[in-house]
Design a protein around this ligand. Sequence first.
Ligand SMILES: C[S@@+](CC[C@H](N)C(=O)[O-])C[C@H]1O[C@@H](n2cnc3c(N)ncnc32)[C@H](O)[C@@H]1O
Length: 303
Amino acid sequence: MKTISDINVELFSGIPHANLDVEKAAAYISKIAERLPFEKSTELSKIDWHGKTVVEAGCGAGFKCLPMALNGANVIGIDGSKAQVGRAREHAKAVGVDAEFHVSRLENILSMWQAKNLPKADLIICSAVIHHVSGWRTLVEQLNEILKPGGWLYLTWCDWTLSLSGFNFKNQIAFKSGWNAGSRLAIGKALFGWVDKGRNRMNLPDDSFYADLYSAYYIPISAGRMRKQLNANDLEICESFPPMDVQGWLKKPGGVSERNLKLVRQIPGWLTERLVRWRYYFITAHAPRIFVCKRIQKKPRVE
Ligand SMILES: C[S@@+](CC[C@H](N)C(=O)[O-])C[C@H]1O[C@@H](n2cnc3c(N)ncnc32)[C@H](O)[C@@H]1O
């Protein structure tokens, strides 16, 4: 029987990510390199990545790790799909950078790291992939082992505690009602295509756009559970988008109005924490959650 990982890797092998030809992909990667691929993170944008080891776990066609290579980082990309790794290698050549790519399931990333004697990372990018892996908790443990002390993890996934769980709700219905990629896509498109079609800003063909939403499987992972697992390892959350608590909310770009600040001071702390979480559950229009984490040394360990 196929695992979640088999289904997802097979599916993404058939989707040319973002559906760009090599020339357009190279232009896109060069543009991202100008501002680095970290949406919103101020911590990571401040760092000079030149000469640092940057690993992308689930690199796809290299749209996040190759901009780092253009900024002088030593890049290692891992993906379960041979086809995606092939695209990433083509894109590296097109933008004129050296980057190392390996085909491996993320479930085996630590044993592969040890077998190939790969260097520990200053930064791991794990973007839009952990919800596709069989055993996301184990992946967090393995990524922690691959990071240097003081290294960073840039983690994004579809958090079901955002935007009324709408993204996961539609994915679960379409995925569980269908029996293969084609039927899931057809069911999802018929039921929810009218709601989601406006999100296709890159004008991708239906086969790519809807397959990602309905034929891939997204494991529902809440921000609370992810936070617990990161904290159980040595990973401290330094930034969260959207914010997870009042402190993060007060720091959000654009600031908070004087009236809201006064209100926050009058309400007990436990209630404001919940209000922040509810605000993003009911009001946010996007499901992706971004956590920027730092590996801290909680307990003595042999490196
Ligand atoms: C949505 S793409 C994200 C690509 C890239 N991280 C980005 O943000 O542009 C998901 C990628 O994860 C890979 N993937 C999914 N499950 C995987 C697994 N269990 N092991 C390795 N790669 C996996 C897929 O092959 C695909 O390339």
